[in-house]
Ligand binder design. Structure first.
Ligand code: SAH
Length: 253
């Protein structure tokens, strides 16, 4: 029997947003690999082995899963959200690109999941209703100067911005700097959405304006959406506001 590696998105948190395709792929696996807290979300199944690893070990985790699949096992690599968004699918491809030539013959598949920015956007309305981009604020894998250039370009071009990995204990100042920079391009009233742990019991949603937003209200489980100059907030009696970006842009820009 030839081995296979499926890289599987678990969605943002709640079992309801795990797709049937992902559930079936998890069920087929002989072995599960992933970051411990993500593996904890997958119900135990007898006969299936689990290989938890730390957050920072994506490369070695991907290589271990590929080695295991090359021995003939059906291996599942789990990721939060979508595995292709700042996550394990690219880590697996990096290892195949530079690793053992035999890994190129493996049956590798990627099973999509609901990524954090879609889950957060859905909670507040339609902030991603028009052109948008996603940026990871982490400078672990790229220089901070690159992050700044991308923020400038995205805000300057009128994109709504979804910020992944906004802050962590090792990266405490970057988010404040990012907001300072974005204030140079965007109106003070630009809506900013914080979505924390969406789909989990400790979920929290906050809607702020760019001039009043407090970076310390975010943590590493938070996804931030920064509106464009066209993004609007609809206040509603007795209900939380709707944040949306209209589908059309008037004029030539
Ligand atoms: N592959 C994941 C993203 C991994 S990067 C996905 O597609 O969602 C990790 C970042 O994702 C976190 O720092 C946070 O910004 C965001 N994130 C992941 N799960 C989240 C959730 N349930 N609620 C809010 N943000 C989340």
């Amino acid at each position: 029997m030839s081995g296979a590696l499926a890289v599987i998105g678990l969605g943002p948190g709640s079992p309801q947003t795990l797709t049937p395709e992902a559930a079936a792929a998890l069920d087929r696996a002989d072995a599960l690999y992933g970051y411990g807290p993500y593996l904890d979300r997958v119900p135990a199944k007898s006969g299936q082995t689990r290989h938890a690893s730390d957050n920072r070990e994506e490369g070695s985790r991907a290589a271990a899963a590929l080695r295991h699949a090359a021995q003939g096992a059906k291996v599942a690599m789990v990721s939060g959200g979508d595995p292709g968004v700042f996550a394990m699918a690219a880590a697996v491809c990096e290892q195949i690109d530079r690793g053992d030539a035999a890994w190129r013959s493996l049956d590798v598949s990627v099973v999509p999941g609901v990524t954090a920015m879609l889950a957060v956007a859905a909670r507040v309305g339609a902030p991603l209703g028009h052109d948008f981009c996603a940026i990871s604020l982490s400078d672990n894998l790229k220089p901070w100067g690159v992050v700044e250039r991308r923020l400038d370009a995205a805000a300057g071009a009128g994109f709504v911005i979804a910020l992944y990995n906004p802050i962590s204990r090792a990266r405490p100042w970057q988010l404040g700097k990012a907001f300072e920079r974005l204030r140079q391009h965007l109106p003070a009233s630009t809506p900013v959405v914080f979505g924390r742990a969406v789909g989990r019991p400790d979920e929290k949603i906050g809607i702020y304006s760019l001039d009043a937003v407090d970076p310390s209200a975010a943590d590493m489980a938070t996804l931030i959406i920064i509106g464009s100059p066209l993004t609007r907030v609809i206040e509603r009696p007795g209900r939380s506001p709707l944040v949306y970006t209209p589908r059309f842009v008037e004029g030539g820009h």
